[in-house]
Design a protein around this ligand. Sequence first.
Ligand SMILES: [Zn+2]
Length: 174
Amino acid sequence: MTELQIGDQKILYDRDATIAIYQCIDRSWADKCRCLSCKNFLAHRDRVYPPSFLALLDQLGIDPKKESEIIEHPILDDYARDRLHWYDGWLNFIGAFISGGDIVQAPDADHFEYYFVTGLPGIGGFYDRKPSIAIEFETPLRWIIPERPESHDTAGNTYIWTENGEHVKVKPEK
Ligand SMILES: [Zn+2]
């Protein structure tokens, strides 16, 4: 395996083994899920990753269109006005974690950060595969699909964000 250091994070990776697994994965998490959060992510797909991050994925042997999982976090007040939603997700690869460190800010994006992690589930041939680690990213993305984003509370109520940035309860269907 090849050693790679980014900032104070250090890992080992096996590019060929990773490429071989990605070749057998047909669809990503977001492609399979089709919830509104994933649908919005897919609408951004070709613009989500800055060139420096795409170059790193290529170095590791990762197919950028086959993320293992995407999570959208509740809208933060600061971002609601601009309809920005906070996303994170990760892509697995064959390798090993040597040491963690500070989050890396991509120099060629307004707000895109990433770090190496262990213990996150993978898709396809990465599922249950050891050694498999992942590169996790976080970035805000605008809500660009026509459907309004939904959220839910513990009582089972559904809320949507309106065009004006208001969070309103949806009347239950009778
Ligand atoms: Zn989804």
